[in-house]
Design a protein around this ligand. Structure first.
Ligand SMILES: Nc1ncnc2c1ncn2[C@@H]1O[C@H](COP(=O)(O)OP(=O)(O)OP(=O)(O)O)[C@@H](O)[C@H]1O
Length: 345
């Protein structure tokens, strides 16, 4: 297993510690390495954004952490520990069914891309909220109803909507109701996988603002997955960028945006319009994402990289400490020219 680039041992401030996680799809004879040697940490109360093009392994990574992988997916190696506020640390990759059942809702919750369809269509919101609260919190029905109304109000839905069926709500409301439901047991970690792709941009911003407000109020941590780096610049504290199943750069959002040290992060940043500040020319990343079954022997980004040299073709660069809380997997990280930045974070 590779050394964890996060040198210090997890302290009070670390909620999730992942080390050397690798996941394959397929058979031993013909594996597709979807996630390779990923190490990351989520701090308590932080929003960690995971960015990367389609197929970079984002969903596989979180599905592995939440134990939602199905065959032919297989965890090949790694460790992942959750340090909840209450209770003992949980070994996420080896927890048994009972431990996982207890952890879900109470310690971890997830909102998927198809969140709008996650609610049971034949059940009123009140029933869906009270079921969870009565099962996990053993709350009497009236108290559960009161708590459910409070959670709905926190995401901007009037309490009177508690008796609505999902189809009676707008798309944006359904999305927000799903988020409220996922937070009803006050989990330590909320994982969101492209949760707002199905709603329009204005609604997307509203929902994200609400998530941040809730996060500040309730203090949970968020792992937010998206291909849209510009979205993460608005909401995340830290960002990890994935390419070809690996994390190629991570760090605090402002520094990573102003001065990306990995050419792929730079390419990703320059593919989206800045959210604030003057407009700049958009440049897509030439070429296409790698075929994971035929990765080059060196850096997986080398075939598309404008800075590639012969050094990049021999070995996969390690994710190394680059100072100021940054980790970068590029042999040219120190010598990359400082980019000009259009927007500001
Ligand atoms: N069930 C599966 N069986 C085989 N290969 C899979 C399966 N699910 C995903 N993969 C492959 O694993 C790799 C990583 O996919 P994954 O969905 O994790 O990426 P992603 O970054 O989340 O992409 P997207 O943003 O499109 O969801 C891709 O090459 C994908 O084709």
């Amino acid at each position: 297993m590779p050394a964890n680039p996060h040198e210090n041992s997890p302290g009070q401030d670390v909620l999730l510690d992942v080390e050397g996680l690798s996941v394959d799809y397929g058979t031993e004879a013909d594996p597709l390495p979807a996630v390779s040697e990923v190490s990351l940490r989520v701090r308590r109360g932080d929003i960690l954004g995971i960015a990367g093009e389609s197929g970079s392994g984002k969903t596989t990574l979180i599905n592995a952490l939440l134990r939602l992988l199905r065959p032919p997916a297989q965890v090949r190696s790694g460790r992942a520990t959750l340090y909840p506020r209450s209770g003992t640390p949980l070994d996420l990759l080896h927890a048994d069914a009972k431990e996982l059942r207890e952890a879900r809702w109470e310690q971890t919750a997830v909102v998927f891309q198809s969140a709008m369809n996650a609610l049971n269509p034949v059940s009123r919101l009140s029933a869906q909220f009270t079921d969870v609260l009565r099962t996990h919190r053993r709350m009497p029905k009236s108290e559960a109803r009161e708590h459910a109304a409070h959670m709905l109000e926190l995401v901007g839905i009037p309490a009177a909507r508690l008796d609505s069926y999902p189809h009676e709500l707008s798309g944006g409301m359904r999305q927000r109701a799903t988020i409220a439901l996922s937070l009803v047991c006050e989990p330590d970690l909320l994982v969101m996988d492209e949760p707002t792709t199905a709603v329009d941009v204005v609604m997307q911003r509203q929902i994200l603002r609400q998530v941040i407000r809730l996060q500040r109020r309730l203090g949970f941590s968020v792992v937010f997955i998206t291909h849209d780096l510009s979205l993460l610049l608005e909401i995340a504290d830290r960002i990890a960028v994935m390419y070809g199943g690996r994390i190629v750069e991570s760090g605090p959002v402002g520094a990573l945006y102003r001065d990306p040290r990995h050419p792929y992060t730079r390419g990703l940043r320059d593919s989206f319009p800045p959210l604030r500040g003057p407009m700049r020319k958009l440049n897509g990343i030439p070429g296409s994402p790698p075929d994971l079954r035929r990765l080059p022997p060196g850096c997986p980004f080398e075939p598309r990289c404008p800075y590639a040299s012969s050094e990049c073709t021999t070995a996969v660069p390690e994710l190394k400490d680059h100072g100021a809380d940054r980790l970068v997997a590029c042999v040219h990280a120190d010598t990359l020219p400082v980019p000009t930045v259009g927007g500001r974070v």
